[in-house]
Ligand binder design. Structure first.
Ligand SMILES: Cc1ncc(C[n+]2csc(CCOP(=O)(O)OP(=O)(O)O)c2C)c(N)n1
Length: 405
């Protein structure tokens, strides 16, 4: 058995932890130029463009879908706005076959991996093509093909799951790892501590990626912890850690690349804390004007990660204003066209409400389905979508109930 040994002291000196302040790794300055002497990644033209296109794609999708929610066409939405560099930079530094376990604000990672706008829309509208068969609220995406675990609303549950999944990857010996995203608010959950400790003790190849965006809905991060953010917690678990400017694409990319190497080559978990800001509301059900100032938002808008990376990309000669214009236009068109297509599709079949729970549908569930069918037949006007499925009308009116997670 090994025991931790420390050198002895003979005076009762307490340590507060404040002796160590973790620095922030940064490569790109505010104006998009590379900081002199800063060690960045080797990013080639094609990869840099793929990253930028995903950043713009995420922004356009977010703007359009938030408007669709305001028009009453969609029940709920969450934006990634302001955090595109953190999310897409991290995803881009992985092998595309590595597992990503996200919280809910990381649609940029999925878009980067090739999830189509159609696939996004089918989930958002919970139609018959949605992989989740309409059983989840909007934004609970998932893709087996793209190694992106389906989102679940209870905060931080993905963190211990990632430790377990990565341990399985280590046993399989396929040289892959898991990256798990979470907010600084989720890091207050017990699951955060359980997950980190389990990964460290069992030497699982997992990257714990904290998006410290300043708020957990209306709770500012200053009310979330008493220490120096999330990063120093790694020491308690004997884990490598880096804090990075989350609005700096190059820094996030390089830090995650290096973290991946430690995770896969040494079978050691790593913690990354990306300092960023949630520029939009928490969700379509939130109004941030009640808990933060316009001035504060303005300061962060000037640190826009998309603009910063675009300036760098343009300086490399890898992007132009014309390309920007045509990409924005074609994305807007694609989002609107797919939105119209997806909202017109029927919901998943009624029977799918009782399948996928047991191998065979139990008599009790079968009975409930029959009761529901009879109820809809009796009140077709109250259940336009159900009535449509039973062939009692073709009204595709949407249920616009508000929700929140
Ligand atoms: C266990 C649990 N508690 C509370 C909630 C409600 N809730 C949803 S999101 C959220 C804030 C999370 O903040 P953070 O982890 O910082 O992520 P961010 O939304 O800032 O990206 C809360 C409290 C929940 N979904 N699950």
């Amino acid at each position: 058995m090994t025991m931790t040994t420390a050198h002895e002291i003979h005076t009762p000196d307490f340590l507060s932890g404040h002796e160590v302040k973790i620095p922030t790794y940064r490569v790109l300055s505010q104006d998009g130029s590379q900081i002199e002497g800063a060690e960045g990644p080797n990013l080639d033209r094609d990869k840099a463009r793929r990253i930028y296109q995903a950043m713009i794609g995420t922004r356009v999708l977010d703007e359009r879908m938030m408007s669709a929610q305001r028009q009453g066409r969609l029940s709920f939405y969450m934006q990634c706005t302001g955090e595109e560099a953190a999310v897409i930079g991290a995803a881009a530094a992985l092998d595309d076959a590595d597992m990503i376990m996200a919280q809910y604000r990381e649609q940029g990672a999925l878009l980067y991996r090739g999830f189509s706008i159609d696939e996004f829309m089918n989930q958002l509208f919970g139609n018959d093509l949605d992989y989740g068969k309409g059983r989840q609220m909007p934004i609970h995406y998932g893709s087996r093909k793209l190694h992106y675990m389906t989102i679940s609303s209870p905060l931080a549950t993905q963190i211990p799951q990632a430790a377990g999944y990565a341990y399985g990857q280590k046993l399989a010996g396929d040289g892959l790892c898991t990256l798990v995203f979470f907010g600084e608010g989720a890091a207050s959950e017990g699951d955060f501590h359980a997950g980190l400790n389990m990964a460290a003790v069992h030497e699982a190849p997992v990257i714990f990626f904290c998006r410290n965006n300043g708020y957990a809905i209306s709770t500012p991060s200053s009310e979330q912890y008493a220490g120096d953010g999330i990063a120093p917690r790694a020491f308690g678990y004997g884990m490598h850690v880096i804090r990075v400017d989350g609005n700096d694409l190059l820094a996030v990319y390089r830090a995650t690349q290096d973290a991946r190497r430690i995770a896969v080559e040494q079978n050691k978990p790593v913690l990354i804390e990306a300092m960023t800001y949630r520029l939009a509301a928490h969700s379509s059900s939130d109004d941030p004007s009640g808990y933060r100032s316009k001035k504060e938002e303005e300061i962060w808008r000037e640190k826009d990660p998309v603009l910063r990376f675009r300036t760098w990309l343009t300086a490399q000669g890898w992007w132009s204003d014309d390309e920007e214009k045509s990409l924005q236009e074609s994305l807007r068109r694609e989002v609107l066209e797919t939105l119209k297509r997806a909202e017109k599709r029927p919901p998943p079949p009624l029977e799918s409400l009782v399948t996928d729970v047991y191998a065979e549908v139990t008599p009790a569930l079968q009975g409930q389905l029959e009761e529901l069918t009879a109820h809809i037949r009796r009140y077709p006007d109250a259940y336009p979508k159900g009535a449509r499925l039973l062939g009692l009308g073709d009204d595709a009116t949407r249920d616009d109930s508000q929700g929140g997670i």
